[in-house]
Ligand binder design. Sequence first.
Ligand code: IVH
Length: 707
Amino acid sequence: MARAKTQDIKVSELVRAQAKSELKRLAAEIAAHDALYYGEDAPVLSDAEYDRLRLRNEEIESRFPDLIRGDSPSKRVGLRPSGPFGKITHKVPMLSLGNGFDDADIRDFEDRVRKFLGLKKNSPLEFTSEPKIDGLSIAITYENGEMVRAATRGDGMIGENVTANVATLGDVPKRVEGEGFPEIFEIRGEIYMAHADFQELNSQLEASGNKVFANPRNAAAGSLRQKNPEITASRRLKFFAYSWGEVTRLPSNTQMGVIEAFAEWGFPVNPHTHLNNNAEELLVSYREIEERRSSLGYDIDGVVYKVNRLDYQERLGFVSRSPRWAIAHKFPAEKAISVLTDIEIQVGRTGALTPVAKLEPVTVGGVVVQNATLHNEDEIARKDVRIGDSVVVQRAGDVIPQIVEVLLENRRKNSKPFVFPTICPACGSHASREIHPSTGKADAVRRCSGGLICPAQAVERLKHFVSRNAFDIDGLGAKQIATFFEAGEILKPGDIFTLERGDRDSASPLSTREGWGETSARNLFGAIQARRRIELDRFIYALGIRHIGETNARLLAKTYGSFGAFQDAVLTARDTESDAYEEIMNIDGVGEVMVGALIDFFDEPHNREALDSLLAEVEVLDFKSNEQETEISGKTIVFTGTLEMMTRSEAKAQAERFGAKVSGSVSKKTDYVVAGPGAGSKLKKAESLGVAVLSEAEWIALVDKIG
Ligand code: IVH
């Protein structure tokens, strides 16, 4: 029997080594998809597929918490804000929700909550259930009843200041009257656009020759991020309140009680919000909401369940990016049938050849679809997808759709299996699949070997360089980069910063070209000028070094502080005997593959040249951390014996919330052992090694002091 691939093995059956390699694979894969989704606006996975990757990652992490990586996707949410709006730091981070896909996931959710809180099966535990609105989340702060601020989620820590725009929404009170309203109250909820308003907006846009929005969510986001609030005002955006951030006082000690107070204060709350007593009742609510879905008049993509008691919510806390006390039960993705007219091979920044299915236009869940992802060569072979086939297309959210299956009964007699090219379509270089050194298996991705001579790779690298989470230059997007590249004016990153100088002596200055005018040219040069100073983490990320996504770039920036120190460290680390090598390998989350990629990058003379010409133009700012240090951050803690005030998971979660690591065994590296009654060998070992031992009460006192 063939051995199952690690990625197909159930989480509950993974052994430690497999879990470790899976976490590594998932971190890289999710980071790559994040970059596509957030950086390039060109996602290739459906929401459902992407969520499944994240879910698997989270499940493995909860089985093997000590294997959680420094670059774990569970430590990140959403995108960093950029653009014309000011920034607002969220006092309470705006996090995301974990997902469930089937009934079993929801029963597991109830079990997990009970176990964490130490509640027996028959002790009461209420949950709320409510529709998951497909819009964008917003935090609106009131001071003494007056609306003073509104911010988008952004990356969860820092959002965009959209106060003027939110103030135009009829659904959002500018003033809340009434005695009982707290001094400071940050209300959170979803801004969305109703179907009818969406259709009307698109007809108007079409009639005036403008681009239409693909779906109500994009329309809501586009309408909110308008520089001119009058445009936002004309778009009839709506709002549902469902949560809160910074508050001086809460009006109730239950989720439902707070929602009822929201309604009394004049905020719209979703009428399909119910109280349920267990997973079975939640599932009944789910089916009811699913049945109503098509008649609601706005998009929803699932049902959200939340533990009702707020003291329980507090105790349950968060597991990196999402609360333990809530879960989103997602609806299945929408499907349709179409014909595959062609398979196009696109070449990415790292030379990856990616197949894209070209389809006869078909409407899936209200959106016209013409392209779908085929992932890679093996996937095409596995599904035996052939040009001319009838295929089932699936789409969830606004991510690029995917081909689920081929309808073999419709296959034409003369169809032939698709032959994946072994030559790069952009530069003609040989394209091959790397063999993984430790597994001996061929990589799923076929890569062009043309490197710097491949124009497709060069253009993609430049697109990455200017993308949202990298240099983020207003007015210089993927389209403009491609045009400047074709004209030979931007061939490497440094050229962006000499564009204006070249333009002054040019026979055809930018302002005289098609699609450009005096103002837009001036704005572009201004935007480039503004980016001559850049944060170290963004700069490292922008270089587009393989395996160095945003998280890793940040790790490196944090470790080395300045670009000079970082570059010196990598150059010295070429000697694997050096201290520099040991130091870089010691960074939590950095491994051999990454270090290899960094060394390769700096070893390549063309890269060094490109880097030198770039550094002659830009100033890289030293890294400034905004993370809060606590007395236990970075410390290693071991819990042993019986804890009486809380469950072991709760204690562990508490420790992690304040930046400590929790380990299962005592060693010289352990900073504290928290010992309850019945502690045995671990306590003895701690004593013999001279490790500090705390009682449960002492531990609680320590945590209270920090929190
Ligand atoms: S509660 C701590 N309730 O879903 C998390 N979120 O996937 C609090 N969303 O960022 C969120 N409807 O934008 C909550 N009824 C609802 C929601 C909802 C939509 C969105 C929200 C959030 C995302 C998470």
